[in-house]
Design a binder for this molecule. Structure first.
Ligand code: ARG
Length: 457
């Protein structure tokens, strides 16, 4: 098979060199986008009378045949044809004859590949937003059942103050809401057409870039032809948004892994999202959460890889840019898989409410309540902190908790303590009273859940 760009060459490269330079093994992922871009291009050539109606229509019918074959997975690609663009062009020529060679009029692979990636990421971003939304819905469903389930809240992984478990879950809802916003926001930069920029300088043909952009559903076109073929910022944004989202999923995974441990026993994952050990019969491992935590690394890697490829590249297209695709595809596959798994894991997760609640009782996470109690009665908070610190020390030394002290012992520490101190120490009351905006008080949590529901699309 001779190369479509073979004219200037006197000898052909050896097979192993071709193989090194080829991208078809991975850019075949873009087959439908490439055909879609070509269809818009040829329709534009027809409208602008750059191609005759007959030629254009023949090319359109050829591309449609290729599209049907692609959907049925009936196309056989060759390494010799290097990439998806040249493979499809040579298939078109085989399908309809030499007129197929007119498709590439006023176009270059440089604006072609950029168009393909824009189209691809636009679709994938829509899918990712839908999946984030699905995970948010699963979080809300769990949260609704656990507004009044108490759990220790932690700082430094030390028990800090009791909170509503729904409040803890909803923290992730809001992280995902920002992720969703970021993906929607970057669509503005993804949804722009580089088509018609040519190799780098535009073209001598009287093309209509706005028309092909419109056919492809793009909201606008790149203003500068050099920028159009060199830009991968839009892909970087996608990779960066994916990295931030995976960081959130990784933190959530880490908590789920801790919560399923013998030490916590706060939740039990469904068997469908756990695995056993080949040697230890008692094991039930939170593999899926671990894998998502682990896969976060490759998503960061793809972002770093792309930033590094682009750094120092002179304008305009350079072959280095062919390295953009595998990282993008890998990230798309990884985040879509992770979001799907996460939704299943959350919606089937059993919450062990008694274990959580017990944990809020057998600790000192109600110490702040005591300090607040004294402060509310006029003692400067700093002083109250000191008084309560001494009470905690006393309890630690005597193997008891604050609620075990009798009123005399409290009064010895401060005359301000009255019988109602026991109510204040109750974790349920402690949570309920934290009714400040965005706080863990049950009323606030219910409001947050309602607001969250209104944001689901
Ligand atoms: N396979 C190439 C890529 O993915 C397509 C663009 C090639 N352009 C060129 N002038 N060699 O980047």
């Amino acid at each position: 098979m001779s190369k479509l760009w073979g004219g200037r060459f006197t000898k052909s490269a050896e097979e192993w060199v071709d193989e090194f330079g080829a991208s078809i093994s991975f850019d075949k992922e873009l087959v439908l986008e490439d055909i879609q871009g070509s269809l818009a291009h040829v329709m534009m050539l027809k409208k602008c009378k750059i191609l005759t109606v007959e030629d254009a229509d023949l090319i359109i019918s050829g591309l449609q045949i290729l599209r049907e074959k692609a959907k049925l997975d009936e196309l056989t690609f060759s390494v010799e044809m290097e990439d998806i663009h040249l493979n499809l062009e040579s298939m078109l020529i085989s399908e309809i004859g030499p007129v197929g060679g007119k498709l590439h009029t006023g176009r270059s692979r440089n604006d072609q590949v950029a168009t393909d990636i824009h189209l691809y990421l636009r679709t994938q971003t829509e899918e990712v937003v839908k999946l984030i939304n699905g995970l948010q819905a699963a979080i809300i469903e769990q949260a609704e059942q656990h507004v009044e389930t108490l759990v220790p809240g932690y700082t430094h992984l030390q028990r800090a103050q009791p909170i509503s478990f729904a409040h803890h879950l909803m923290a992730y809802f809001w992280m995902l809401e920002r992720d969703k916003q970021r993906f929607n926001e970057c669509q503005k930069r993804i949804n722009v057409s580089p088509l018609g920029a040519g190799a780098l300088a535009g073209t001598t043909f009287p093309i209509d870039r706005s028309y092909s952009a419109e056919l492809l559903g793009f909201a606008g076109i790149y203003e500068n032809s050099l920028d159009a073929v060199s830009d991968r910022d839009f892909a970087l944004e996608f990779l960066s948004n994916s990295s931030t989202m995976m960081m959130h999923l990784s933190r959530f995974s880490e908590e789920i892994i801790l919560w399923s441990s013998q030490e916590f026993q706060f939740v039990e994952l469904d068997d469908a999202f756990s695995t056993g050990s080949s040697i230890m019969p008692q094991k039930k491992n939170p593999d899926m959460a671990e894998l998502i935590r682990g896969k976060t690394g490759r998503v960061y890697g793809n972002l770093t890889g792309m930033l590094t490829v682009l750094k120092g590249l002179p304008l305009a297209y350079n072959k280095d840019m062919q390295e953009d695709k595998e990282g993008i595809f890998d990230t798309v596959k990884t985040i879509i898989g992770s979001l799907k798994i996460f939704e299943g894991m959350i919606s089937t997760m059993k919450v062990k409410t008694e274990v959580m609640e017990k944990a809020t009782k057998n600790d000192f996470s109600n110490a702040t309540e005591l300090a607040d109690y004294l402060a509310a009665k006029g003692m400067p908070f700093r002083e109250a902190h000191e008084v309560v610190g001494k009470l905690v020390l006393f309890c630690v030394q005597n193997g008891c908790y604050l609620a075990d002290l009798n009123l005399n012992q409290f009064k010895e520490a401060s005359e301000l303590f009255e019988e109602d101190i026991y109510k204040a120490l109750n974790p349920y009351e402690a949570v309920k009273r934290r009714n400040s905006q965005g706080g863990t008080g049950f009323e606030q949590v219910k409001l947050a859940i309602e607001k969250g529901k209104s944001l689901l699309v």
